[in-house]
Design a binder for this molecule. Sequence first.
Ligand SMILES: Cc1cc2nc3c(=O)[nH]c(=O)nc-3n(C[C@H](O)[C@H](O)[C@H](O)COP(=O)(O)O)c2cc1C
Length: 219
Amino acid sequence: MTTPSPRRPTPLHYIVLSGSPRRSSVNTALAHVVASVIEARGGTQRTVTIADYDMPLYDQDEQDELGFPSSAERLREEFEGADGVVLVSPEYNASFPGRLKNALDWLSRFRPQPFAEKQMLLLSASPSMSGGNRGLWSLRVPLEHLGARVYPDMFSLAQAHRALGDGRLTDDMLQSRLAATVGSFMDLAEAATHYHCAKHVWVEFLGEPAAEPELARAE
Ligand SMILES: Cc1cc2nc3c(=O)[nH]c(=O)nc-3n(C[C@H](O)[C@H](O)[C@H](O)COP(=O)(O)O)c2cc1C
């Protein structure tokens, strides 16, 4: 009698989105290193940049009259098809780039809302000594507001123009730390996807009467 082989869980799928449109972007380079770590740990992934999803500046009249741009629809589909989303974002003036905020604003208008309960990990890269870390703290605010499950640990690569090698970080200790952070995030995404032990309900603007159309964003 043959023993049945243990059931292999389907690998989790991730989208790795670089917030930089620049051709020689250090954030996109870091996104590719993250992608290699995800694949080495058995996940599947698709790496894209914000330049793949060019959108007009958000305007509610335009949304009402013309609907969503096709780029926003495509990005929404990427989010919906992913068990986890990794954002690798530059820091612009101690915050995150407007182009990324514009994409978040468009996506936030879809129903169901694509960020709700989405497992997310944040990373940054910068030539500066802080590695763009302040930008990630500001990026957390709208994401948590939208109900994303933003992983507590973040990774910021300082002096990124020197720290990025061929498909990995040049410093072994930093590469191990990056792999450990991405790996722990993947473990959490795996647990959240397959083992629903705790469920938190996100409620915005407690006390506001949701029936009024002006408050539709509180749905
Ligand atoms: C408008 C603008 C603002 C910037 N502000 C910051 C900043 O606040 N902190 C920082 O570390 N780098 C800042 N930089 C430098 C970027 O970190 C650097 O250009 C980096 O290479 C951008 O990321 P990328 O290579 O992925 O495009 C800024 C760059 C630009 C264009």
